[in-house]
Design a protein around this ligand. Structure first.
Ligand SMILES: C[S@@+](CC[C@H](N)C(=O)[O-])C[C@H]1O[C@@H](n2cnc3c(N)ncnc32)[C@H](O)[C@@H]1O
Length: 211
């Protein structure tokens, strides 16, 4: 479940790092301040940490540099091999947000640019699944594309089309991007208090603690 977009990363794996560092016009705004976003997430991360959807390992790199005890989880074979070659010593599991062999206690669950691969129903399921695995002061620190409300979301799709960014417009309509009010409800229903902080025009920091 939540694995329906994995084939996109078979194609994207080799050029993914070019996109995050501004070489793909369509995604320039999505990845604006990418390194700063990774550092914002890493600076909030502490203790035994699980990172989902590590991709080529860019957040992982920052976490390891900061001495964080991290376990990576990545379902796409190509992405996982890139990351494993980059960090031969690191434990990187073949799993996803919902199906994995992670056991608690975990102090931080983190992820960047990946939680939108789950439907809102699956997001709720994942958040409920993590609750008993988190230590008493455990936390979730995500950065992902999310919109203030439905009308902002629709304007971003129209904006992408007007710019001729058809891949981006298609992506925004294909994957499971959600809105802040909906995400806040999901965290509340799963037993967390949550806060949001804007990191660029598309991406917000989502920081949650067990209630
Ligand atoms: C846009 S990339 C983000 C990579 C990296 N976290 C970053 O910030 O650059 C999304 C990653 O999420 C992974 N992914 C896709 N579906 C997933 C799922 N259901 N559970 C966990 N990871 C998933 C993809 O394989 C890909 O590596």
């Amino acid at each position: 479940m939540g694995r329906e977009f994995l084939n996109i990363f078979d194609e994207w794996a080799d050029s993914y790092d070019d996109a995050v560092y501004g070489k793909d016009d369509q995604y320039r705004k999505v990845f604006e301040h990418y390194d700063q976003i990774l550092h914002t997430v890493a600076n909030k991360t502490r203790g035994r940490t699980v990172e989902f959807g590590i991709g080529t390992g860019n957040l992982t790199f920052v976490l390891l540099k900061q001495g964080v005890d991290v376990i990576g989880v990545e379902p796409n074979d190509k992405m996982r091999h890139i990351a494993q070659n980059r960090f031969p010593e690191l434990s990187i599991l073949n799993g996803d947000f919902l199906t994995n062999s992670i056991t608690g206690p975990i102090d931080t669950i983190t992820s960047t640019y990946a939680f939108h691969h789950l439907t809102d129903g699956e997001k709720l399921q994942a958040l409920k699944q993590y609750h008993p695995l988190l230590s008493e002061d455990g936390q979730i620190v995500f950065a992902d594309t999310i919109f203030e409300d439905q009308s902002t979301f629709e304007k971003m799709i129209i904006g992408a089309k007007n710019e001729g960014y058809n891949d981006l417009a298609e992506d925004l309509q294909r994957e499971y991007y959600t809105t802040i009010p909906k995400m806040a409800t999901l965290f509340d229903q799963a037993g967390y208090s949550v806060s949001f902080e804007r990191l660029n025009d598309f991406v917000w920091l989502i920081h949650a603690k067990r209630k």
